[in-house]
Design a protein around this ligand. Structure first.
Ligand SMILES: Nc1ncnc2c1ncn2[C@@H]1O[C@H](COP(=O)(O)OP(=O)(O)OP(=O)(O)O)[C@@H](O)[C@H]1O
Length: 240
């Protein structure tokens, strides 16, 4: 496993009416798919938004490929889909991808090539000329993933990437993420589907009530039981 593509140290973000994130250390290394699991409200999306510079931490440090998040340099290196797929509703799939590639500073002569490549990878050819607002949920999700990955980022942060995907889409995404990690990217995904996570992840971190409370080995059996045991043990330790 290589150097850290994404790194958070002692990350904190409190909310008046929720636990937010309280003191999280996490690393996503080059070459790995690192999955984040936790119950609703555990703090997964909040953590991801801070890693991307979309939300300012109250305390702690974030690094994207060794740099502060949100700088033009790190912007080029990271791809994300957090809070649902993003696409301009009136633009076609292809135009959305061209715009995404431009925003991520892909050199102009390379744009047609990278857009064709990601459309082939996620099988978006049949909806290339459809406006985003006319797409089915699953196809919109594929477009959102393509927007996140079109510039071949060194780090990707994907919140619930398999949401709404059909089994063919899940397989395409899995192959895409594996190929990217094998080529040196660091991929951070959150999911509620433990069986899917077990198939794709190299490492699984469990979050509960704003903290990292354990890790799971994707190869172990009874992942679900181990997940609930980890969460329950944390709840118990806090009620003492
Ligand atoms: N903008 C906000 N204002 C106030 N509280 C917030 C805000 N965003 C998140 N929270 C609170 O922070 C906690 C963590 O929420 P977060 O969305 O990060 O959880 P999650 O693990 O992604 O949940 P889910 O699995 O339901 O998507 C929750 O208690 C939530 O209510």
């Amino acid at each position: 496993m290589g150097e850290a593509r994404l790194e958070a140290r002692r990350l904190v973000r409190g909310f008046a009416d929720g636990e937010g994130v309280s003191g999280v250390d996490i690393e996503v290394r080059a070459g790995e798919i690192h999955a984040l699991v936790g119950l609703n409200g555990a703090g997964k999306t909040t953590l991801m938004r801070m890693l991307l510079g979309m939300l300012r931490p109250t305390d702690g440090v974030v690094r994207v490929d060794g740099r502060p998040p949100g700088s033009p340099d790190s912007w080029r290196r990271v791809g994300h889909m957090v809070g649902g797929p993003f696409a301009y509703p009136e633009m076609t799939t292809r135009t959305n991808l061209v715009v995404a590639a431009r925003l991520r500073l892909v050199p102009e002569p390379e744009i047609t090539g990278v857009v064709d490549e990601i459309m082939a990878e996620l099988d978006l050819g049949p909806v290339a000329d459809k406006r985003a607002r006319m797409l089915s949920q699953g196809n919109l999700q594929r477009v959102g993933l393509a927007v996140a990955l079109v510039h071949d980022p060194l780090a990707a942060v994907l919140d619930e990437p398999t949401n709404a995907l059909d089994p063919a889409g899940v397989l395409l995404l899995r192959a895409s993420l594996r190929r990217r990690a094998d080529a040196g990217a660091g991929i951070f995904v959150s999911s509620h589907h433990l069986d899917e996570v077990a198939r794709v992840a190299d490492r699984i971190t469990v979050m509960n009530r704003g903290r990292v409370v354990g890790t799971l080995d994707p190869r172990e059996t009874e992942l679900e039981r181990r997940f609930f045991a980890t969460v329950h043990a944390d709840d118990l330790s806090r009620s003492r």
